[in-house]
Each structure stands twice: as structure tokens, then as C-alpha cells.
Design a protein around this ligand. Structure first.
Ligand SMILES: O=c1ccn([C@@H]2O[C@H](COP(=O)(O)O)[C@@H](O)[C@H]2O)c(=O)[nH]1
Length: 314
């Protein structure tokens, strides 16, 4: 089944457009989890990995009923080397076993021949010894478009072959995203608009039964006016919308990322959900707090969609 169709099926099941970011930071993991890991594995990177995995499993159990998809960010894992990457892979596997879809947020790309290795590794099934194949469990990957089409086509091919998806950086949520993305082109458009047009082309052959392509775009919640323009260009492409909560984006800010049919975007929050237990208005139990925060976010987005007559489940 096409990735966009699978995503929409899960969104309908959970009645939620929320994506939970799994970005563990060691200094924010509850002490009891870290103490147990240090007792068993010493002060090692293996203990870091065990802490991350136990923490993530608790978050996944707490939010699974209210989210379709999770997004582990590779940077938080790979900084700890082998054990960090192992925690990433184990987290992906646990999320899949819990019935969730997964976006690997690794923002990969390179020249075409190298991009193919990334595409095989994250989305495909690389063969190694004769008859042996590795299967990556992730459903989708974030990619950077900076190298142009020949860097992206290997990912698109993998999506087609293995029913996976990609989200291409178009207008990112960070304060300096405009340094390059907002530059005006010779055609008097912005760079992010030109990338959006490319995303439309890359995704044309991968449109699923419900009208959305498996080739999506990253559009920050912190730029609602740009999102409006981008929604008009990328009518059939799903948006991954980071920047909600900790970066300042609100439910009202993300509404124009959705189409009138009430679909078209998954809105990510990482710190705002997984570390909600550190905020006074939530429980001090990290799992209970994550559950409260994800329900609050899901309802805020659904209420804002309903106000605009865009809620799919009336
Ligand atoms: O434009 C972008 C692209 C990716 N991200 C990533 O999303 C999360 C956001 O985390 P919060 O804690 O909710 O701020 C993080 O993994 C970023 O690397 C983004 O923020 N903006």
C-alpha cells in the first residue's frame, strides 16, 4: 500500500494529525531510568542507549493511541556512536511493533550514486552476502534537496519500489531558514517555491488512492504565510510540519498546511510532548505527562480545523 494511503489510514484510526518526535536528551531523561542503566552497564554509551530505549518505549506506549506516526531524529542517537544507532534502530522497531508509522529524520542526500546507498539503507532492502537482505523498518525519511534532482531520484525510486515515503526540506522552521530558502530567483519566485515545484514533479508518479503522493515536504509551523503559498503549489503532497510548541508554532498557525479536505499535514512536536513532565501544568510522571500533552495537541489541532470547517471526522 502506498505510503500516503497508509499514513491517512492511521490518521483516520487515531483521529489525530500529530507526529511525536522522539528526540531524547540525556540530561532530560528521568534519573531512575539512567540510574538503572548505569547500574547494569556502567557509565558507558551502552547505558546511554539503554536509557534512551527505555524512555522511548514509555513514550510510545503513552502516545500510541493518539498519534499515527513518530519521528526519531537521528542526531540525538548517532552522537553516541554504535550504541546510539542501535537505540535508534530498536526505537524504530518498537514503534512499528506498536502499530505506528515512522519517519526517520536524518535529512540525507548526496550525489546520485551515494544517495542510492542512503536510499537503500533507509528505505530499501540492501543485499549483502548472497541471498542475505537487510530490511529497514522505517516508513519514510527526511531528505535535503540541495543537490537537485539526481540526488533525489534514488529516494523516489526506493519509495516506488518499497511503498515508502520521503519528506523534502522546502521551508524549514528555524529562524535563519530564509538566508537561502527565501532568496528571489531569476523567475521572481522564492527558492522554496522552486523546490516545491520540484517536489510536485518528483511525486507525480506516486499518488495513492486517496489523492496524496508519497513524496512529501517539510514546511515549518513557524512560517504560516509561506505555508499558505506552498499548499497552493503542492496540492497533492503531504506536509511534515515541525516547529509546533517549543519553537512557537500553534494550532492556528498550522491550519493552512491542510487542504480543505482536512488532510495533507502531520504536525510534529518533540520536546513539547516527550519532556512535558518537566512543565508544571502536566503530571510529573513522564509517561502520563506525554499522554496529556499529545491529547492536548491533537484536540487543539482538531478544534482549529473544525473552526475552519476542515475537520475530516465531523
Ligand atoms: O524545519 C525543520 C526540520 C526539522 N526539524 C526537526 O523537528 C524536531 C522539532 O523538535 P521540537 O522539540 O518540537 O522543536 C527536531 O527533531 C528538529 O530537528 C525542525 O525542527 N524544523
Amino acid at each position: 500500500m502506498n505510503f500516503a494511503d497508509r499514513l491517512m489510514e492511521k490518521i483516520d484510526q487515531k483521529q489525530s494529525h500529530v507526529c511525536v518526535g522522539l528526540d531524547p536528551r540525556l540530561n532530560q531523561i528521568p534519573e531512575n531510568i539512567k540510574d538503572k542503566a548505569i547500574k547494569n552497564y556502567g557509565k558507558t554509551t551502552e547505558a546511554v542507549a539503554k536509557s534512551f530505549l527505555e524512555f522511548n518505549k514509555g513514550i510510545i506506549d503513552a502516545v500510541a493511541e493518539h498519534t499515527a506516526i513518530v519521528k526519531p531524529q537521528m542526531a540525538f542517537y548517532e552522537q553516541y556512536g554504535y550504541w546510539g544507532v542501535k537505540a535508534f534502530e530498536d526505537t524504530v522497531a518498537y514503534a512499528k511493533d506498536s502499530g505506528l508509522l515512522v519517519i526517520s529524520d536524518a535529512k540525507r542526500n548526496d550525489i546520485g550514486s551515494t544517495a542510492k546507498a542512503y536510499a537503500d539503507g533507509y528505505l530499501g532492502r540492501p543485499d549483502f552476502w548472497e541471498g542475505e537482505t537487510l530490511v529497514n523498518k522505517s516508513d519514510s525519511l527526511t531528505v535535503t534537496p540541495y543537490l537537485g534532482s539526481d540526488g533525489i531520484i534514488p529516494f523516489v525510486d526506493s519509495c516506488q519500489e518499497h511503498d515508502k515515503g520521503i519528506f523534502t526540506l522546502v521551508k524549514t522552521s528555524n529562524p535563519s531558514s530564509g538566508d537561502l530558502q527565501d532568496l528571489v530567483t531569476k523567475a521572481d519566485s522564492r527558492i522554496y517555491e522552486e523546490i516545491a515545484k520540484l517536489v510536485v514533479c518528483w511525486g507525480e508518479e506516486l499518488i495513492g488512492e486517496r489523492g496524496y503522493s508519497s513524496i512529501g515536504a517539510v514546511v515549518g509551523a513557524t512560517y504560516p504565510s509561506e505555508a499558505r503559498t506552498l499548499r497552493e503549489i503542492m496540492v497533492n503532497n503531504y506536509f511534515l510540519v515541525p516547529g509546533y510548541g517549543a519553537q512557537g508554532g500553534s494550532a492556528d498557525d498550522v491550519i493552512d498546511c491542510f487542504n480543505d479536505d482536512g488532510y495533507g499535514a502531520v504536525v510534529n512536536s518533540s520536546r513539547g510532548i516527550i519532556f512535558a513532565y518537566q512543565q508544571k501544568r502536566y503530571s510529573n510522571d513522564y509517561k502520563e505527562a506525554a499522554k496529556q500533552a499529545v491529547i492536548e495537541m491533537k484536540e487543539a489541532i482538531n478544534n482549529s480545523l473544525a473552526k475552519e470547517d476542515k475537520l475530516a471526522w465531523q
